[in-house]
Design a protein around this ligand. Sequence first.
Ligand code: ARG
Length: 460
Amino acid sequence: MWGGRFAEGPAAVMREINASIPFDKRMWRQDLAGSRAHVAMLGATGIVGVDDAAAIAAGLDVVAAGYEADGVPDDLSLEDIHMLTEARLADAIGSTAGRLHTARSRNDQVATDFRLWVRDAIDQVDAALDGLQDALLTRAEEHADSVMPGFTHLQSAQPVTLGHHLMAYHEMTRRDRSRFADARARLNECPLGSAALAGTGFPIDRHATARALGFDRPTRNSLDSVSDRDFALDYLAAASACSLHLSRLAEEFVLWTSQPFGFVALSDQWSTGSSIMPQKRNPDAAELVRGHAGRIAGCLVALTVTMKGLPLAYSKDMQDDKPPVFEAHDLLALSIAAMTGMVASATFRTARMRQVAEAGFSTATDLADWLVREAGLPFREAHHVTGRAVKAAEDRGEALHDLPLDVLTAIDPRIDARVYDVLSVDASVASRTSFGGTAPANVRAAIARARAAIDTGGTA
Ligand code: ARG
């Protein structure tokens, strides 16, 4: 394609290091879409004759049908998907194929293809996250009243509801979707027509190609257009944040399925056995989601460092933009699908959760709050009195709500029998009605708000 001034072909290693076809063939649909839009514009503006433009468009259909039927070969001698497609087009229609590359360079071509690919990737991730949110909402609704221990420092802190806990992940995924939406909005400008770096002297219509490819507008600066990979970094940053959230949910599943917790039983479909220990049911998928977050963050770092310090405009370093994005996308898609499956099918062992919630003196704060509210103690003093009650319960091997009244009044005579109303875990969660608190009524309201936002296409 560029051999005019060369007497010799490239060394084998040169050919190998230079080629991107093994990975960029994944963009063949986007590459053809870009070429179709470009040739339609070349025909409409008269830069290429109408008949030639029509022949090229028909030839691109032939190339597409070939890729569809037989896949795209790793032809290193043709370097990348752009050159392979042009060669295939020449096979199909002869020398007219050579007119397709008028007023275009591989630099604006690859920038356009990659934007289109990342845009599709964002749309796929958004749909997958919608499915995960749906699973979270369904399970949260089922467990709006199910009491579990809430933790800080992984120590039992205060009782919460499982519904509230699951809705915390709904919030994270809501922000994730909004990060992807932001990335999509910024991405949606079309670099095609920036040519190699300086624009072109041909009377092209960049607004027409932008429109045809579903972009909001053309990009504004040709140098920036061919060397900007922010859109890929935005995608990777959003993917990394999202996978980080998934890894936290995955970690909950790892903990909750362990015998000491016993909060969750995974279905057979989502468990793996051990080749040596017959009793094992391992949460491998959750562990891999946890692990994938590390690889996805690595992809973000890889492209960040690749882009650092590159002078304008295009440099071949930028060909290395695609592998980390493809890898991160595949890992993220798998991670979302796996977490959706686990959330949807897990058996939550609510009796065990309640037992643990009741065991850790988790309503101590409720006792302290009662002393403030009903006996007028300053909170610090109430905290101290409650600490002594917890100590007594611990010494007697009893839960707080099982302590006899005379034991409590001996600690502080201002305590009376009404205190038992707040010492149960159910009373504790029911009392947490502050906006965003764990009360079952709040959880139901949060679920209803989330469902209403889905119906109206909003993100509230
Ligand atoms: N395969 C190249 C890439 O992915 C296409 C652009 C090549 N441009 C060039 N000036 N060599 O970046």
